[in-house]
Design a protein. Structure first.
Length: 159
């Protein structure tokens, strides 16, 4: 197995174990993470997001498949099953991840998923009717970012 594929496996094994420190150890200090929910996060923001999510998780199940990597790039598919805290609704989010590496660590991590499919599950009727619109997408992103900034302030990190 390529060392970068092993790194991706280590990242998702840590995630499944709710081990944010293990996840953060896979990231380069200058990492850039992005996804439809949080937008772009840099450095400590990305690590803090995983700490916040794993710390709040009550029933999170993570499984990664199709992990591939070479010296420069990698990818994986991962599924997250959990209860969305704001609505109490069950979610199965199917996510494709792309990675870039530097110095044996993840320097760029991009997650993509069908936001409307996520919104239908997480937000119920509102997500079904409006989850595809920029209004809902922007509201979810601003709420996620505000929650992350609050988490970072409360835990002694700078947003």
């Amino acid at each position: 197995m390529h060392p970068n594929a092993a790194l991706i496996h280590r990242f998702y094994d840590s995630f499944a174990a709710l081990d944010a420190a293990g996840m953060q150890a896979c990231y380069h200090p200058d990492v850039v993470f992005s996804d439809p929910a949080f937008g772009e996060l840099r450095g400590a923001q990305a690590g803090a997001m995983w700490a916040m999510l794993t710390g709040r998780a009550k029933d999170l199940q993570v499984s990664a498949t199709d992990v591939q990597a070479d010296d420069a790039r990698g990818r994986a598919h991962w599924d997250a099953r959990y209860t969305f805290g704001q609505t109490g609704r069950r979610v199965l989010n199917r996510i494709d991840a792309e990675f870039e590496f530097r110095d044996g660590l993840i320097i760029r991590h991009t997650d993509t998923f069908d936001f409307w499919a996520w919104a239908r599950q997480a937000l119920g009727p509102t997500g079904l009717l409006l989850g595809w619109t920029p209004v809902i997408q922007n509201k979810v992103r601003s709420t996620a970012r505000a929650g992350l900034e609050k988490y970072m302030r409360e835990n002694g990190a700078t947003p």
